[in-house]
Design a protein around this ligand. Sequence first.
Ligand code: ATP
Length: 365
Amino acid sequence: MAQIRIENVRKDFGAFNAVKSSTFTIEDGEFFMLLGPSGCGKTTTLRMMAGLELPTSGEIYIDGEEVGMKRASQRDIAFVFQMFALYPHMNVGQNISYPLRSQGMPRAQVKRKVAEVARILGIEDILSRPVGGLSGGDRQRVALGRAIVRDPKAFFMDEPLGALDAEFREHMSQELRALHDRMGATTVYVTHDQLEAMQMGDKIVVMNHGVVEQFGVPQQIYDWPATKFVAEFIGSPPMNFLDFRGTVGNGATEVHVGDCTIALPRQRTGASGELTLGVRPEHVRLSDAAPYRGRIVATEYLGTTQIITLDCEHGRIKARVPSHEVIRVGDRTGLDFDARTLTLFAAGTGRALVSDANHEVLSHG
Ligand code: ATP
Protein backbone atom coordinates (compact mmCIF):
# COMPACT_ATOMS: atom_id res chain seq x y z
CA MET A 1 0.00 0.00 0.00
CA ALA A 2 1.40 3.39 -0.91
CA GLN A 3 0.71 7.03 -1.45
CA ILE A 4 2.66 8.38 -4.42
CA ARG A 5 3.27 12.08 -4.98
CA ILE A 6 5.05 13.68 -7.89
CA GLU A 7 6.06 17.31 -7.53
CA ASN A 8 7.14 19.59 -10.40
CA VAL A 9 8.50 16.58 -12.26
CA ARG A 10 10.03 17.28 -15.65
CA LYS A 11 11.70 15.02 -18.18
CA ASP A 12 13.84 16.06 -21.14
CA PHE A 13 15.26 13.67 -23.72
CA GLY A 14 18.09 15.81 -25.09
CA ALA A 15 16.46 19.00 -26.38
CA PHE A 16 12.97 17.43 -26.35
CA ASN A 17 10.78 18.16 -23.33
CA ALA A 18 8.62 15.02 -22.90
CA VAL A 19 7.05 15.86 -19.50
CA LYS A 20 6.58 19.44 -18.37
CA SER A 21 6.29 20.37 -14.72
CA SER A 22 3.82 17.75 -13.38
CA THR A 23 2.37 17.68 -9.88
CA PHE A 24 -0.27 15.30 -8.52
CA THR A 25 -0.87 12.83 -5.71
CA ILE A 26 -2.04 9.22 -5.94
CA GLU A 27 -3.67 8.29 -2.66
CA ASP A 28 -3.10 4.97 -0.93
CA GLY A 29 -5.31 2.25 -2.41
CA GLU A 30 -6.47 4.25 -5.43
CA PHE A 31 -6.93 2.88 -8.93
CA PHE A 32 -5.32 5.76 -10.76
CA MET A 33 -5.38 6.35 -14.52
CA LEU A 34 -2.75 8.19 -16.55
CA LEU A 35 -4.74 9.10 -19.67
CA GLY A 36 -3.82 10.91 -22.87
CA PRO A 37 -3.08 10.53 -26.57
CA SER A 38 -0.03 8.74 -27.91
CA GLY A 39 3.22 10.54 -27.11
CA CYS A 40 1.78 12.77 -24.35
CA GLY A 41 4.24 11.49 -21.74
CA LYS A 42 2.17 8.88 -19.82
CA THR A 43 4.71 6.07 -20.01
CA THR A 44 7.60 8.40 -19.24
CA THR A 45 5.73 9.64 -16.13
CA LEU A 46 5.05 6.06 -15.01
CA ARG A 47 8.66 5.02 -15.63
CA MET A 48 9.91 7.93 -13.54
CA MET A 49 7.62 6.92 -10.66
CA ALA A 50 8.90 3.36 -10.97
CA GLY A 51 12.56 4.42 -10.97
CA LEU A 52 13.19 3.21 -14.54
CA GLU A 53 13.80 6.75 -15.78
CA LEU A 54 15.44 9.64 -13.93
CA PRO A 55 13.50 12.92 -13.82
CA THR A 56 15.40 15.91 -15.22
CA SER A 57 14.04 17.87 -12.25
CA GLY A 58 11.37 17.58 -9.55
CA GLU A 59 10.68 15.11 -6.75
CA ILE A 60 8.86 11.81 -6.40
CA TYR A 61 7.65 10.66 -2.99
CA ILE A 62 6.42 7.20 -2.01
CA ASP A 63 4.71 7.21 1.38
CA GLY A 64 6.26 10.58 2.09
CA GLU A 65 9.81 9.44 1.36
CA GLU A 66 11.68 11.10 -1.50
CA VAL A 67 12.75 8.22 -3.78
CA GLY A 68 14.79 10.12 -6.38
CA MET A 69 17.98 8.25 -5.56
CA LYS A 70 16.32 4.83 -5.18
CA ARG A 71 16.62 2.34 -7.98
CA ALA A 72 13.53 0.56 -9.35
CA SER A 73 14.31 -2.60 -7.39
CA GLN A 74 14.36 -0.60 -4.13
CA ARG A 75 10.95 1.05 -4.67
CA ASP A 76 8.90 -2.10 -4.06
CA ILE A 77 6.69 -1.68 -7.11
CA ALA A 78 5.43 -4.38 -9.48
CA PHE A 79 5.22 -3.58 -13.18
CA VAL A 80 2.68 -5.29 -15.46
CA PHE A 81 3.54 -4.64 -19.12
CA GLN A 82 1.41 -4.93 -22.23
CA MET A 83 3.67 -7.68 -23.52
CA PHE A 84 3.48 -9.89 -20.46
CA ALA A 85 6.55 -12.02 -21.01
CA LEU A 86 6.32 -15.34 -19.18
CA TYR A 87 9.19 -17.80 -18.85
CA PRO A 88 8.29 -20.41 -21.49
CA HIS A 89 10.28 -23.26 -19.93
CA MET A 90 8.46 -22.94 -16.57
CA ASN A 91 4.93 -23.98 -15.73
CA VAL A 92 2.30 -21.61 -14.32
CA GLY A 93 3.21 -22.18 -10.67
CA GLN A 94 6.93 -21.77 -11.36
CA ASN A 95 6.31 -18.54 -13.26
CA ILE A 96 4.32 -17.13 -10.33
CA SER A 97 6.79 -18.27 -7.70
CA TYR A 98 9.88 -17.09 -9.58
CA PRO A 99 10.22 -13.67 -7.82
CA LEU A 100 9.99 -15.35 -4.41
CA ARG A 101 12.42 -18.16 -5.24
CA SER A 102 14.92 -15.65 -6.60
CA GLN A 103 14.73 -13.80 -3.25
CA GLY A 104 15.56 -17.08 -1.50
CA MET A 105 12.22 -17.42 0.31
CA PRO A 106 11.79 -20.80 2.07
CA ARG A 107 9.99 -23.44 0.00
CA ALA A 108 6.98 -23.91 2.29
CA GLN A 109 6.32 -20.18 2.39
CA VAL A 110 6.60 -19.93 -1.42
CA LYS A 111 4.08 -22.75 -1.77
CA ARG A 112 1.65 -21.05 0.57
CA LYS A 113 1.93 -17.69 -1.19
CA VAL A 114 1.50 -19.18 -4.68
CA ALA A 115 -1.58 -21.10 -3.51
CA GLU A 116 -3.06 -17.90 -2.09
CA VAL A 117 -2.42 -15.90 -5.29
CA ALA A 118 -3.80 -18.71 -7.46
CA ARG A 119 -6.96 -18.69 -5.36
CA ILE A 120 -7.35 -14.89 -5.71
CA LEU A 121 -6.96 -15.18 -9.49
CA GLY A 122 -9.03 -18.36 -9.85
CA ILE A 123 -6.20 -20.32 -11.52
CA GLU A 124 -5.62 -23.10 -8.91
CA ASP A 125 -6.39 -25.79 -11.50
CA ILE A 126 -3.72 -24.73 -14.02
CA LEU A 127 -0.71 -24.34 -11.70
CA SER A 128 1.11 -27.33 -13.18
CA ARG A 129 0.30 -26.50 -16.82
CA PRO A 130 3.04 -25.23 -19.18
CA VAL A 131 2.45 -21.59 -20.12
CA GLY A 132 2.82 -22.30 -23.84
CA GLY A 133 -0.73 -23.42 -24.48
CA LEU A 134 -2.53 -20.91 -22.26
CA SER A 135 -5.23 -18.54 -23.51
CA GLY A 136 -4.55 -14.80 -23.53
CA GLY A 137 -6.63 -14.31 -20.40
CA ASP A 138 -4.81 -17.00 -18.45
CA ARG A 139 -1.43 -15.60 -19.56
CA GLN A 140 -2.54 -12.21 -18.27
CA ARG A 141 -3.60 -13.79 -14.96
CA VAL A 142 -0.24 -15.56 -14.59
CA ALA A 143 1.57 -12.26 -15.27
CA LEU A 144 -0.61 -10.60 -12.64
CA GLY A 145 0.04 -13.47 -10.26
CA ARG A 146 3.78 -12.97 -10.63
CA ALA A 147 3.28 -9.29 -9.74
CA ILE A 148 0.87 -9.88 -6.83
CA VAL A 149 2.90 -12.63 -5.18
CA ARG A 150 5.59 -10.17 -4.09
CA ASP A 151 3.09 -8.06 -2.08
CA PRO A 152 4.46 -4.88 -3.61
CA LYS A 153 3.54 -1.42 -2.35
CA ALA A 154 1.95 -0.57 -5.70
CA PHE A 155 1.16 -1.98 -9.14
CA PHE A 156 2.12 -0.10 -12.28
CA MET A 157 0.40 -1.17 -15.48
CA ASP A 158 1.24 0.20 -18.93
CA GLU A 159 -1.64 -0.50 -21.33
CA PRO A 160 -1.81 -4.08 -20.00
CA LEU A 161 -4.90 -4.92 -22.08
CA GLY A 162 -3.80 -3.13 -25.25
CA ALA A 163 -3.18 -6.30 -27.25
CA LEU A 164 -6.55 -7.91 -26.48
CA ASP A 165 -9.66 -7.81 -28.66
CA ALA A 166 -12.51 -5.53 -27.55
CA GLU A 167 -14.78 -8.10 -25.90
CA PHE A 168 -12.01 -9.83 -23.98
CA ARG A 169 -10.50 -6.51 -23.06
CA GLU A 170 -13.74 -5.46 -21.39
CA HIS A 171 -13.88 -8.74 -19.48
CA MET A 172 -10.27 -8.41 -18.30
CA SER A 173 -10.71 -4.77 -17.32
CA GLN A 174 -13.62 -5.75 -15.07
CA GLU A 175 -11.53 -8.57 -13.63
CA LEU A 176 -8.61 -6.23 -12.96
CA ARG A 177 -10.84 -3.72 -11.23
CA ALA A 178 -12.46 -6.46 -9.11
CA LEU A 179 -9.02 -7.78 -8.20
CA HIS A 180 -7.99 -4.30 -7.13
CA ASP A 181 -11.13 -3.94 -5.01
CA ARG A 182 -10.32 -7.22 -3.23
CA MET A 183 -6.66 -6.38 -2.64
CA GLY A 184 -6.88 -2.61 -2.21
CA ALA A 185 -3.31 -1.98 -3.46
CA THR A 186 -2.45 1.33 -5.10
CA THR A 187 -2.57 0.83 -8.85
CA VAL A 188 -1.33 3.22 -11.53
CA TYR A 189 -2.62 2.39 -14.99
CA VAL A 190 -1.58 3.96 -18.31
CA THR A 191 -4.13 4.12 -21.11
CA HIS A 192 -5.01 6.22 -24.16
CA ASP A 193 -8.61 4.92 -24.02
CA GLN A 194 -10.88 7.46 -22.35
CA LEU A 195 -13.69 4.92 -21.86
CA GLU A 196 -11.36 2.49 -20.10
CA ALA A 197 -10.13 5.34 -17.87
CA MET A 198 -13.67 6.45 -17.01
CA GLN A 199 -14.89 2.92 -16.31
CA MET A 200 -11.96 1.68 -14.24
CA GLY A 201 -10.40 4.66 -12.51
CA ASP A 202 -11.01 6.19 -9.10
CA LYS A 203 -9.08 9.21 -10.34
CA ILE A 204 -7.71 10.30 -13.69
CA VAL A 205 -4.85 12.52 -14.79
CA VAL A 206 -5.36 13.76 -18.34
CA MET A 207 -2.08 14.62 -20.11
CA ASN A 208 -1.38 16.34 -23.42
CA HIS A 209 2.02 17.25 -24.89
CA GLY A 210 3.71 16.52 -21.56
CA VAL A 211 1.31 18.76 -19.60
CA VAL A 212 -1.16 17.68 -16.91
CA GLU A 213 -4.39 19.20 -18.23
CA GLN A 214 -6.64 18.03 -15.41
CA PHE A 215 -6.67 15.79 -12.40
CA GLY A 216 -9.83 14.53 -10.69
CA VAL A 217 -12.52 11.87 -10.35
CA PRO A 218 -14.09 10.69 -13.65
CA GLN A 219 -17.37 12.54 -13.21
CA GLN A 220 -15.62 15.80 -12.42
CA ILE A 221 -13.50 15.49 -15.53
CA TYR A 222 -16.49 14.66 -17.70
CA ASP A 223 -18.88 17.27 -16.30
CA TRP A 224 -16.41 20.08 -15.65
CA PRO A 225 -13.46 19.83 -18.03
CA ALA A 226 -10.71 22.28 -17.10
CA THR A 227 -9.63 22.78 -20.71
CA LYS A 228 -11.01 22.43 -24.22
CA PHE A 229 -8.56 19.61 -24.80
CA VAL A 230 -10.10 17.57 -21.94
CA ALA A 231 -13.63 18.42 -23.12
CA GLU A 232 -12.80 17.00 -26.57
CA PHE A 233 -10.72 14.05 -25.47
CA ILE A 234 -13.32 12.75 -22.99
CA GLY A 235 -16.76 11.77 -24.24
CA SER A 236 -18.04 10.33 -27.47
CA PRO A 237 -19.12 12.35 -29.34
CA PRO A 238 -16.98 15.01 -27.65
CA MET A 239 -18.22 18.29 -26.18
CA ASN A 240 -19.58 20.80 -28.73
CA PHE A 241 -17.98 24.23 -28.97
CA LEU A 242 -19.61 27.50 -29.99
CA ASP A 243 -17.12 30.31 -30.57
CA PHE A 244 -18.18 33.91 -30.10
CA ARG A 245 -16.84 37.35 -29.15
CA GLY A 246 -18.19 38.77 -25.97
CA THR A 247 -17.76 39.90 -22.42
CA VAL A 248 -18.68 37.91 -19.37
CA GLY A 249 -18.42 39.90 -16.15
CA ASN A 250 -18.30 38.47 -12.66
CA GLY A 251 -21.83 37.46 -11.71
CA ALA A 252 -23.08 37.45 -15.33
CA THR A 253 -26.02 35.15 -15.87
CA GLU A 254 -26.19 35.08 -19.67
CA VAL A 255 -24.11 35.45 -22.82
CA HIS A 256 -25.11 36.67 -26.25
CA VAL A 257 -24.25 34.32 -29.05
CA GLY A 258 -25.21 36.05 -32.29
CA ASP A 259 -28.78 37.30 -31.84
CA CYS A 260 -29.46 34.80 -29.07
CA THR A 261 -29.15 34.98 -25.34
CA ILE A 262 -27.89 31.83 -23.63
CA ALA A 263 -28.23 31.50 -19.87
CA LEU A 264 -25.09 30.65 -17.92
CA PRO A 265 -24.37 29.05 -14.58
CA ARG A 266 -22.83 31.21 -11.88
CA GLN A 267 -19.69 32.95 -13.12
CA ARG A 268 -16.46 32.68 -11.25
CA THR A 269 -14.14 34.61 -13.54
CA GLY A 270 -14.82 37.60 -15.73
CA ALA A 271 -13.54 37.44 -19.29
CA SER A 272 -13.83 39.25 -22.55
CA GLY A 273 -12.77 38.75 -26.14
CA GLU A 274 -12.91 35.45 -27.97
CA LEU A 275 -14.85 32.96 -25.90
CA THR A 276 -16.03 29.41 -26.45
CA LEU A 277 -19.16 27.89 -24.99
CA GLY A 278 -18.97 24.13 -24.42
CA VAL A 279 -21.99 21.83 -24.27
CA ARG A 280 -22.15 18.04 -24.16
CA PRO A 281 -24.35 16.40 -26.86
CA GLU A 282 -26.76 15.01 -24.24
CA HIS A 283 -27.37 18.53 -22.92
CA VAL A 284 -28.54 19.92 -26.26
CA ARG A 285 -32.34 19.86 -26.57
CA LEU A 286 -34.07 20.27 -29.88
CA SER A 287 -37.04 22.57 -29.52
CA ASP A 288 -38.85 24.44 -32.29
CA ALA A 289 -39.43 27.38 -29.96
CA ALA A 290 -35.74 27.93 -29.10
CA PRO A 291 -34.25 31.01 -30.79
CA TYR A 292 -30.78 29.53 -31.51
CA ARG A 293 -31.28 27.78 -34.85
CA GLY A 294 -29.57 25.02 -36.76
CA ARG A 295 -30.10 22.84 -39.83
CA ILE A 296 -30.07 19.08 -39.43
CA VAL A 297 -27.40 17.58 -41.67
CA ALA A 298 -27.14 13.99 -40.39
CA THR A 299 -28.68 11.46 -38.01
CA GLU A 300 -27.00 8.41 -36.54
CA TYR A 301 -29.15 5.71 -34.91
CA LEU A 302 -27.60 4.16 -31.78
CA GLY A 303 -30.44 2.09 -30.31
CA THR A 304 -31.96 3.98 -27.38
CA THR A 305 -30.50 7.30 -28.53
CA GLN A 306 -29.58 8.95 -31.81
CA ILE A 307 -26.87 11.50 -32.60
CA ILE A 308 -28.13 14.48 -34.58
CA THR A 309 -25.63 16.69 -36.41
CA LEU A 310 -26.69 20.30 -36.96
CA ASP A 311 -25.04 23.19 -38.79
CA CYS A 312 -25.41 26.37 -36.74
CA GLU A 313 -24.17 29.93 -37.02
CA HIS A 314 -21.15 29.20 -34.83
CA GLY A 315 -20.24 25.80 -36.14
CA ARG A 316 -21.37 22.18 -36.17
CA ILE A 317 -23.21 20.80 -33.14
CA LYS A 318 -24.05 17.23 -32.20
CA ALA A 319 -27.07 16.45 -30.04
CA ARG A 320 -27.87 13.13 -28.37
CA VAL A 321 -31.65 12.71 -28.26
CA PRO A 322 -34.02 9.76 -27.68
CA SER A 323 -34.43 7.53 -30.73
CA HIS A 324 -38.21 7.91 -30.75
CA GLU A 325 -37.94 11.63 -31.65
CA VAL A 326 -38.71 12.02 -35.33
CA ILE A 327 -35.88 13.95 -36.98
CA ARG A 328 -35.62 14.78 -40.68
CA VAL A 329 -32.37 15.71 -42.40
CA GLY A 330 -32.71 19.15 -44.02
CA ASP A 331 -35.18 20.54 -41.41
CA ARG A 332 -34.33 23.63 -39.39
CA THR A 333 -34.89 23.51 -35.66
CA GLY A 334 -34.15 25.44 -32.47
CA LEU A 335 -31.50 24.34 -29.96
CA ASP A 336 -31.80 24.81 -26.25
CA PHE A 337 -29.01 24.39 -23.69
CA ASP A 338 -29.34 23.65 -20.01
CA ALA A 339 -27.49 26.50 -18.28
CA ARG A 340 -26.31 24.27 -15.42
CA THR A 341 -24.33 22.08 -17.79
CA LEU A 342 -22.51 24.70 -19.89
CA THR A 343 -18.80 25.39 -19.66
CA LEU A 344 -17.20 28.60 -20.84
CA PHE A 345 -13.62 28.64 -22.14
CA ALA A 346 -11.23 31.45 -23.03
CA ALA A 347 -10.65 30.73 -26.72
CA GLY A 348 -6.99 31.81 -26.57
CA THR A 349 -5.83 29.61 -23.69
CA GLY A 350 -8.53 26.95 -23.97
CA ARG A 351 -8.98 27.05 -20.18
CA ALA A 352 -12.42 26.83 -18.56
CA LEU A 353 -13.67 30.05 -16.99
CA VAL A 354 -16.97 29.02 -15.55
CA SER A 355 -17.45 26.89 -12.56
CA ASP A 356 -20.63 25.99 -10.79
CA ALA A 357 -21.00 26.73 -7.08
CA ASN A 358 -21.40 23.04 -6.39
CA HIS A 359 -18.14 21.77 -7.79
CA GLU A 360 -14.46 22.47 -7.90
CA VAL A 361 -12.58 22.11 -11.16
CA LEU A 362 -9.36 20.49 -10.09
CA SER A 363 -6.97 21.66 -12.68
CA HIS A 364 -3.25 21.80 -12.56
CA GLY A 365 -2.45 25.50 -12.86
P1 ATP B 1 2.46 5.99 -26.10
O1 ATP B 1 1.12 5.58 -25.62
O2 ATP B 1 2.54 6.15 -27.58
O3 ATP B 1 3.61 5.20 -25.51
P2 ATP B 1 2.99 8.01 -24.12
O4 ATP B 1 2.01 9.04 -23.77
O5 ATP B 1 3.20 6.89 -23.17
O6 ATP B 1 2.66 7.48 -25.56
P3 ATP B 1 5.81 8.44 -23.87
O7 ATP B 1 6.19 7.04 -24.25
O8 ATP B 1 5.93 8.82 -22.46
O9 ATP B 1 4.36 8.78 -24.37
O10 ATP B 1 6.68 9.44 -24.75
C1 ATP B 1 6.55 10.84 -24.65
C2 ATP B 1 7.44 11.47 -25.70
O11 ATP B 1 8.81 11.26 -25.34
C3 ATP B 1 7.26 10.89 -27.09
O12 ATP B 1 7.36 11.94 -28.03
C4 ATP B 1 8.43 9.93 -27.22
O13 ATP B 1 8.83 9.82 -28.56
C5 ATP B 1 9.48 10.62 -26.39
N1 ATP B 1 10.41 9.65 -25.78
C6 ATP B 1 10.08 8.66 -24.92
N2 ATP B 1 11.17 7.96 -24.54
C7 ATP B 1 12.24 8.54 -25.19
C8 ATP B 1 13.64 8.29 -25.21
N3 ATP B 1 14.18 7.31 -24.49
N4 ATP B 1 14.39 9.09 -25.99
C9 ATP B 1 13.87 10.08 -26.71
N5 ATP B 1 12.54 10.39 -26.73
C10 ATP B 1 11.74 9.63 -25.99
